[in-house]
Design a binder for this molecule. Sequence first.
Ligand SMILES: [Zn+2]
Ligand SMILES: [Zn+2]
Length: 128
Amino acid sequence: MRLSNKGKDKITPTVKNNIEPRYVSKCRLCNRDLKYTGKYISILLQNGNEELLSLCYCKYCKKYYIEGYEDVFISPGDEDKYWLYGPYDEKDGEKFTEKMSQCKDPGNKFCECEAHMYFRKFIYGEGG
Ligand SMILES: [Zn+2]
Ligand SMILES: [Zn+2]
């Protein structure tokens, strides 16, 4: 796997200065490996692909991160893409945990529940 900028402009979120493609989920503050919390949600992107958001945590810094993995299946030849959003403080992390727990079917990218809408907005900003 390697970094690819292909199609990047299509999914550039409005979340300010806390996103860049990543392949190894390490804490941006201490560089230790992040721990996956087991919470995730799968979002349908505007380009038709799916982005799997996984909530991760650094116990040393007490910060949360959301790891985004875009499953590229619409345009053959494109590389899969990884993103890391964060760090977020524990208050935000608890909100993400609560939202991800709220949906009965977090792996269903077509779900339109409040939690799914929340994370779509998280990726695309208010306009999405
Ligand atoms: Zn850390
Ligand atoms: Zn849902």
